[in-house]
Unconditional design. Sequence first.
Length: 261
Amino acid sequence: MLAKSIFRATSARLVSGKQSVRCVGKVIAQQRGVLAMTSFNSRMFANAAGLEKSIQKLSKALEKEIKYENENYTQLEDIETFLHESGFKFSEEEDGIVMTLSKQVGDRLVEVVFESRQPLPDDENDDNQQEPTQTQGQEEEEQAPSENYCDFTVYISDASGKQGLVVEATTMDTEISFNSVQIAENVADAKKIHRFERQIKSYAGPDFSTLDERIQSAISEYLDGFGINEHLAAFVECMSLDKDQRLYMGWLNDLKSFVNK
């Protein structure tokens, strides 16, 4: 009897002790939760204040850049003169990078497709760097890539509007270099494929520079008859940069509008 009484008393104390430990643990957990929430709220307030500060900083930087670009942007001159004299019609994607010159020559449709491109980055020199000598300056100028260049594609369709030529070309300082001349059974389908992919999927003709010089000269004269000349090259070079500049200015305004919402 005594043993049973002691067992019951001991069991009661053990149960009571376990409950006490659980209660203490629960209180500690609650306190930790309160502390964590307090710390979280403090971080939230700090983050909100930091975010507002970063928004103001970014908005101010964008506003300054927008003002600078607006003040320094000048529209290309002689655009209408070139279009009037060449007979080409100019079209562009409003928010895209693709631009097209097109015109009808006899029963052939000529289209010149090119894209906007970013200007070459300026090389920044250290203030402590020594001034280059005249000879060094001339060598660097000769080695530096030209700012005036652009890749473009010429499509010439026949009277049916299906078969035609796909000519890949590059202009630099208004001098045109033809890269390849491909005969396409369906020009519309060829336009849907990017030039790099098109040259992989189908035969684009030989490298233009490997052709007999008489053939090169004759093809150049043939394309010149469709208006693929130095005047078009100058337009393409300038417009590719101008388009990128306008897209950049639009991007600045769109970014500023989103940040300030």
